[in-house]
Write a protein that binds this ligand. Structure first.
Ligand SMILES: NC(=O)c1ccc[n+]([C@@H]2O[C@H](COP(=O)([O-])OP(=O)(O)OC[C@H]3O[C@@H](n4cnc5c(N)ncnc54)[C@H](OP(=O)(O)O)[C@@H]3O)[C@@H](O)[C@H]2O)c1
Length: 338
């Protein structure tokens, strides 16, 4: 079995999913986490969940979003399963869509009762997880596989050997990561791997990755956030930034806050004001806030509500001014700039 070239930078990388290809269509992905209905391994998929999944997939395709984000664990595999059923019923061909899944998180009790919740980047587990996703998704290959959360016991060489086999067997085309901080990205880069994407939590109410770049006069030290932040790392190395929870679960766009009331209210007010100026729904502003950033952020939207998906899509038709972007940032950050 031939080994893959390991020099994977933006110019020459064999494993690198070309940025232009990832973002060739609309830069928004549909997150499929909730599609299975419940996080219960034994429950069957309720009819209502399937109907919602179908409505979301249909709407996404209608909007031209052909990028679908999964993970082996979502609703214990049921999200991948119901997605495959829906796609088959809708007669969507495999080549029309980009399928991304993730591996590396293990539930407590898997496989035996004393096993704790943990992260697992062992080669055996990565390869078994991909087999499971392929089976549930009813496909022969994943376009992209992400490592879900850094495994503290990870050996980069072992991970890359598993990637080589998956790639050579035609099971996975490109590889990326999720929730990786810069120092772990560095560790894997030194072993020869630059991910095509890093999926991180980033939205108007979770601005810490933006805050990394504001180093002067910090009120508080920022543990785990050196000045050399994640988004700068992505831009230097051509890694696509995928934002999970990009709608911030709806709190800045009308959902009643049950936490940090003052900051959430203030942010929702600014969002509403800017939405009026652009004659769009609030969701468009929340997503436009991410699209405006020069890192080229790809929001991974988890709504199953067709109206909300359409409202979010309007983000592509507006461009926030620098002043509006900073109004939103300051409200969501909840702290003045130095
Ligand atoms: N890599 C990771 O570690 C990680 C972690 C979490 C998620 N993800 C990915 O990111 C995707 C998106 O994440 P997410 O779904 O948690 O967050 P999200 O996209 O910010 O929010 C979507 C959720 O918020 C609800 N919502 C949105 N606006 C609302 C409003 N105004 N009122 C009431 N509810 C509202 C949606 O309900 P409706 O369906 O009713 O619109 C849906 O349940 C997931 O599907 C998954 O693919 C990745």
């Amino acid at each position: 079995m031939s080994s893959l070239p390991r020099m994977m930078d933006n110019a020459s990388g064999d494993l690198l999913y070309p940025r232009a290809e990832v973002l060739a269509g609309p830069p928004i992905a549909l997150g499929c986490m909730h599609m299975g209905g419940a996080w219960d391994a034994n429950a069957s998929i309720p009819r209502e969940a399937k109907e919602k999944a179908r409505a979301a997939v249909e709407t996404a395709l209608e909007l031209g979003w052909n990028f679908f984000d999964h993970a082996d664990i979502y609703c214990h595999g049921k999200s991948e399963k119901v997605f495959a059923e829906v796609v088959e019923e809708l007669g969507v061909s495999r080549e029309e869509i980009i399928l991304q899944s993730k591996c590396g998180i293990r539930f407590p009790g898997d496989p035996s009762p004393k096993c704790p919740h943990r992260f697992d980047f062992s080669a055996d587990y990565i390869e078994a997880s991909v087999e499971g996703s392929l089976q549930r998704l009813g496909t022969e290959y994943l376009d992209i596989l992400l490592l879900h959360r850094p495994d503290l016991l990870a050996e980069p060489e072992e991970v890359l050997a598993a990637f080589d086999r998956l790639r050579n067997d035609g099971k996975v085309r490109h590889f990326g990561v999720s929730n990786f901080p810069p120092h772990v990205l560095d560790l894997f880069r030194e072993a020869g791997f630059i991910p095509v994407a890093n999926q991180v939590e980033l939205n108007i109410l979770r601005t810490s990755l933006f805050d990394d770049d504001v180093v002067a006069s910090r009120r508080l030290p920022a543990p785990g956030h050196p000045a050399d932040g994640t988004l700068a790392w992505h831009r230097r190395h051509g890694v696509v930034t995928q934002a999970w929870a990009p709608l911030a679960y709806g709190y800045p766009s009308g959902r009643k806050p049950d936490w940090d009331h003052e900051r959430v209210h203030a942010t929702a007010n600014v969002v509403r004001d800017i939405a009026r100026i652009h004659d769009v729904q609030e969701e468009a502003v929340v997503i436009a806030f991410l699209l405006r950033h020069p890192a080229g952020i790809q929001p991974v939207i988890g709504s199953r509500n067709p109206e909300r998906l359409r409202a979010s899509d309007a983000a592509r038709r507006i461009r926030l001014s620098r002043e509006d972007w900073y109004r939103l940032y300051l409200a969501g950050r909840g702290e003045p700039l130095p």
